[in-house]
Design a protein around this ligand. Structure first.
Ligand SMILES: NC(=O)c1ccc[n+]([C@@H]2O[C@H](COP(=O)([O-])OP(=O)(O)OC[C@H]3O[C@@H](n4cnc5c(N)ncnc54)[C@H](OP(=O)(O)O)[C@@H]3O)[C@@H](O)[C@H]2O)c1
Length: 257
């Protein structure tokens, strides 16, 4: 019998751990897809393909050409376009889709969060008075803060930010998580930060800055998630494995139900 093929839409730690666990199953061909944003991605088990598919139609063609039996969208909670394309390609082809999305962070006692629906609103919420801002939103939307040029920014990202996207007073920090609370406290203190801007990514790897802000009594502008959570959403790698097992064990006619 031909091996069943599973496509993981990746770019997250969960996707990497899922591929690792699935590759232990010899009866499965596992392909992870990366957008190609990071020049040195962490090593992945199984097959890897890199680059966009060309929208939902392109992904649908790929699913058919590669005879994909099951797709797991394990992209980042802010990768909204890929999530929409995955849902549409699943609808077009009938390939079942499982969405793996880590739960959002929730404020706890001592947190001082303002919620922003996107980058433009976050830039406005920084206010008129110059502040020292820790901008931990990745590199793709930094340019939205050029409109709030009165502030001093410390911009952290894995890959360098395009220089023309930086606000006037910006200093870049290149680093890849995970980041501990202790290290984040040291960083925020060293740079005399008085406000943090973050995406509500969820998970432990980047929570250190949120815990550090709480500890230091700093406000956080928390950018809300763009992705709606679908019905077939699982919250972690163990749940994803269980859902995958159930799907692949089901007779073909029942799949996708
Ligand atoms: N957004 C974040 O904050 C963030 C943080 C950490 C990691 N990431 C990872 O970085 C990647 C890009 O994120 P994004 O926010 O730019 O996504 P996005 O806005 O939802 O997607 C934009 C386009 O990039 C391509 N793409 C995205 N993820 C892909 C994947 N896994 N494999 C192949 N193509 C992919 C697709 O191109 P086509 O339409 O041509 O298929 C998609 O339409 C994702 O893999 C995500 O998991 C994102």
């Amino acid at each position: 019998m031909a091996k069943q093929t599973l496509l993981i839409l990746g770019g997250t730690g969960e996707a990497r751990r899922l591929a690792e666990r699935l590759c232990a199953r010899s009866a499965l061909r596992v392909v992870t897809s990366l957008a190609g944003r990071t020049s040195t991605p962490e090593a992945l088990q199984g097959e890897v393909r890199v680059g966009g598919f060309g929208g939902a139609d392109g992904l649908a063609r790929y699913l058919e050409d590669q005879r994909i039996d099951l797709m797991v969208d394990a992209t980042h909670p802010f990768a909204a376009r890929m999530a929409r394309n995955a849902a549409e390609a699943a609808r077009l082809t009938g390939v079942p889709l499982i969405t793996l999305m880590r739960p959002a962070w929730q404020p706890v006692a001592g947190d001082n969060w303002q919620i922003a629906s996107g980058m433009a609103e976050a830039a406005k919420l920084l206010g008129q008075e110059p502040r020292r801002v820790f901008l931990a939103i990745g590199r793709q939307e930094v340019q939205m803060f050029r409109a709030a040029a009165q502030h001093h920014y410390r911009v952290r990202s894995v890959e360098p930010v395009e220089p023309s996207h930086l606000p006037a007073n910006a200093h870049c920090i290149l680093a890849r998580g995970p980041f501990s609370e202790a290290d984040e406290i040291a960083l925020l203190t060293e740079h005399r930060i008085d406000i943090v801007v973050a995406k509500n990514s969820g998970g432990a790897a980047t929570y250190g800055k949120i815990a550090a802000a709480r500890r230091l009594g700093l406000p956080v502008i928390m950018i809300d998630r763009p992705k709606p959570s679908g019905t077939a959403t699982v919250a972690n790698v163990d749940e994803a494995l269980a859902a995958i097992e159930a799907h692949l064990a089901a007779p073909v006619a029942e799949r996708g139900a």
